[in-house]
Design a protein around this ligand. Structure first.
Ligand code: ARG
Length: 400
């Protein structure tokens, strides 16, 4: 394969992606590197990052605000699907990757690049999500992953960068590897590599320690429309504001931490700490509203698909025919999922304490144990006779 002339590189401003700029040019003969930094709410100042890419030798340094799209088209889709990988991880990092892949492909097409690049290493999930996302969106583009091949230690990477004008990091580098965006933080490596070592309190930034949480519970009413969160305590909010405010509100009560051993796509087990306060609470609230508004068999069937949906996101198949087909099913179910869920936040727990909906199919006259009961009690006996018939016959034949 011939050399790429112009490359769009996913850029974070960190050492690895900065070193990718001279590396692509020096080692792989790329003529022009355009960097792209996506603002997905990671809280970095993007002005300095933009400057830094140019100092490292990029011919153009793009910064794109993707927060709104991230919340609306990625996070909310995952909430509608109640997507939790291995029943726990709400995919806060994983969801950002298909959007970054899409922004890279759009930039490559706009600037006439023949390849895109990223700084992922060979052991993680993110390389899979970028590579597969990019090939799904534009199979003609080549994907370059220098850090997957360069085999340099951290010190060697820094030293390599210094030779080509990449400043070495000012802060003493943390032992942790951290990914952050609007939805949460993922923390791994360093002392966390021992699965028996308790995470030190200082790694958490979005959630308080229980010892520091308020001594009074707080309630929040979360409003949903067609499965999408739209309001907090009756106030309509845009998706980004809603998630940010809810992060604050529930993180203050110590809600939203996870400590888990997960199975990566590449077969490695890894120990990961997550903070995803709003996302976890939104999924709980959403799932509850579904149980009020959806027919029982629809709910059960959908629960069976949710794990598949979470796996698709985790494994880099956001842009795939199965994901599209599942979306069609999920979107149909969500037409009814409008209403409000009341959560009580207290000492690390967010519990659903109430729910209501104009589409509720809860029928008080059937459910009540009081005088208004409309349920036909006599019908129960005949129903059980027929329901239990095969069991009775089986027992007669086999127990004698
Ligand atoms: N394990 C998580 C995932 O695959 C997060 C990985 C993010 N990176 C990190 N440095 N913790 O989605």
């Amino acid at each position: 394969m011939g050399r790429a002339n112009r490359v769009v590189l996913a850029y974070s401003g960190g050492v690895d992606t900065s070193v990718c700029i001279p590396y692509l040019k020096q080692e792989w003969g790329i003529k022009e590197v355009i960097t792209l930094a996506a603002d997905l709410g990671q809280g970095d100042e993007l002005g300095p990052i933009q400057e830094k890419a140019l100092r490292c030798g990029a011919i153009e340094s793009l910064v794109i605000d993707g927060k709104e799209e991230f919340a609306r088209d990625y996070a909310f889709a995952a909430i509608r699907a109640n997507a939790l990988y291995e029943n726990r991880y709400p995919l806060s990092t994983a969801l950002a990757r298909p959007l970054i892949a899409k922004l890279l492909v759009e930039a490559a097409e706009k600037y006439g690049a023949d390849a895109v690049a990223h700084g992922c290493t060979a052991k993680g999930n993110d390389q899979v999500r970028f590579d597969v996302g990019i090939m799904a969106l534009n199979p003609k583009l080549r994907v370059l992953a220098p850090a997957r091949e360069w085999n340099m230690s951290r010190e060697e990477t820094i030293a390599y960068g210094e030779r080509f004008g990449v400043e070495s990091p000012v802060k003493k580098s943390s032992p942790y590897s951290i990914d952050r965006n609007l939805l949460g933080r993922s923390i791994e490596a360093g002392p966390l590599e021992d699965p028996m070592t308790e995470p030190s309190e200082e790694i958490y930034l979005m959630t308080r320690a229980i010892a520091d949480t308020p001594d009074e519970p707080e309630y929040v009413d979360i409003g949903f429309e067609k499965g999408n969160p739209v309001s907090l305590n009756g106030k309509a909010l845009d998706p980004v504001t809603l998630i940010s405010q809810l992060n604050e509100m529930v993180g203050k009560h110590g809600i939203g931490r996870l400590d888990m051993i997960e199975n990566r796509v590449v077969g490695i087990k890894s120990r990961e700490i997550y903070e995803a306060p709003a996302l976890l609470v939104l999924i709980d609230a959403h799932r509850d509203l579904e149980s009020l508004t959806l027919a029982g068999d629809v709910t059960q069937y959908k629960r069976g698909l949710e794990d598949t949906y979470a796996q698709l996101i985790y494994r880099g198949l956001w842009y795939s025919p199965l994901k599209e087909a599942l979306d069609a099913f999920i979107d149909k179910t969500q037409e009814r999922v409008t209403g409000t869920v009341r959560m009580k936040l207290f000492k690390g727990n967010a519990n659903v304490v109430g729910r209501q909906s104009e589409n509720s199919i809860y029928e008080p006259d059937l459910a009540t144990y009081g005088a208004d009961d409309q349920f036909d009690h006599k019908a129960a006996e005949g129903f059980i006779y027929i329901w239990g018939l095969p069991t009775r016959v089986w027992s007669q034949k086999t127990r004698g």
